[in-house]
Design a protein around this ligand. Structure first.
Ligand SMILES: [Zn+2]
Length: 342
């Protein structure tokens, strides 16, 4: 099979590797229908996150089950499935509380990479959801989005306690931020402020539910949110970047008593105790427990109530993975869909 491997920062090559097989009775092997490049894949690409040797890439996936281990009961060969980036048993106490991404048996869902023709998924029963049937081709990008960026944006909105009557601000105009806007709309927010400087992303944010768009950043961004909220700040703020500036912008844009959901993978961020203490904000975030939301998200997509696949603005065959990384690194693309059989 082919898989995209990051061999050094800025360098991605599509290699031939042996097909994955069942290693444990709880495994499944799936043939990918579509996969994609994640914003978090750009951290090692940019050399910000260390790379210890060549790394098979990708953790977002939809596809058809080829083979299952002897203990797998909920999915069968031929099922079209979607799963989260972390494998989870979905039965332990942490999973039952809704935090599958901290499952006591947590492991990577795509140990051999998902930007590939085939992948092995551990803990298949707890990790994968079968769709009601083989999806129409136009639903595939949306189902793929559910695997990570939609589930992550959704968790950001839930963590920020988005709901009816609330004003929500979203920091970050990548796929996760844009889908946090969609989540906020679905969860009934009254006003949704997207923060973006890029016209195409501003337009997409509005299409997905943003009522206001702000171009300011940092302290100016905070002031602009306060200007729109009688000087108070937003009830709910979703942080979907993971830098020092974006975290501080989100914290300061949250009104006292409000909620901030942070889902950008934080790199080199430190929060001052005094800033947190005096913010009076509720802070919640982390790696999204996408598995918790998958049944609901798949249903909404299947019924065509939401179209999160709108975040894919470029589609390439798997063998052009290097071009996909470049396009996202240069912010020429919000998110690139890769077709193994493209
Ligand atoms: Zn668990």
């Amino acid at each position: 099979m082919r898989v995209a491997v990051m061999t050094a920062p800025g360098r991605v090559e599509v290699e031939e590797r042996p097909d994955p097989g069942i290693e444990k009775p709880t495994d499944a092997v799936i043939r990918l229908a579509a996969t994609c490049v994640c914003g978090s894949d750009l951290w090692p690409y940019r050399g910000i996150e260390p790379l210890d040797g060549p790394r098979p890439m990708g953790h977002e996936y939809v596809g058809v089950v080829e083979e299952v281990g002897g203990e797998v009961t909920t999915v069968s060969p031929g099922d079209f499935v979607v799963g989260s980036f972390f494998a989870s048993d979905n039965t332990c106490e942490i999973c039952r509380a809704g935090y599958q991404s901290s499952c006591v048996r947590r492991e990577a869902a795509a140990p051999g990479g998902a930007q590939a023709d085939l992948m092995r998924v551990p803990l298949a029963d707890g990790t994968l959801i079968a769709t009601p049937g083989v999806p129409e081709p136009d639903l595939v990008p949306s189902l793929l989005a559910a695997s990570d960026v939609l589930g992550t944006g959704w968790f950001g909105a839930v963590a920020a306690e988005v709901g009816p009557g609330k004003t929500v601000a979203v920091v970050g105009d990548g796929a996760v931020g844009l889908l946090a806007v969609l989540a906020a709309r679905e969860l009934g927010a009254e006003r949704i402020i997207a923060m973006s400087r890029t016209p195409a992303r501003q337009a997409l944010a509005r299409e997905l539910g943003a009522t206001d768009v702000l171009t300011e950043r940092g302290d100016e961004g905070v002031a602009a949110v306060k200007d729109l909220t009688d000087g108070l700040g937003a009830h709910s703020v979703v942080e979907a970047v993971g830098t020092q500036e974006s975290m501080m912008q989100a914290l300061r844009a949250t009104r006292p008593g409000g909620h901030m959901g942070f889902v950008g993978v934080a790199h080199e961020v430190s929060l001052s105790g005094m800033d947190v203490f005096f913010s009076h904000a509720h802070l919640h975030g982390g790696p999204a427990p996408v598995r918790q939301y998958l049944p609901d998200l798949v249903r909404r997509i299947w019924e065509r109530r939401i179209d999160p696949g709108r975040v894919f603005d470029l589609e390439l065959p798997l063998e052009r993975a290097a071009d996909a990384y470049r396009a996202m690194d240069e912010r020429k693309s919000v998110k690139v869909l890769l077709r193994p059989r493209g």
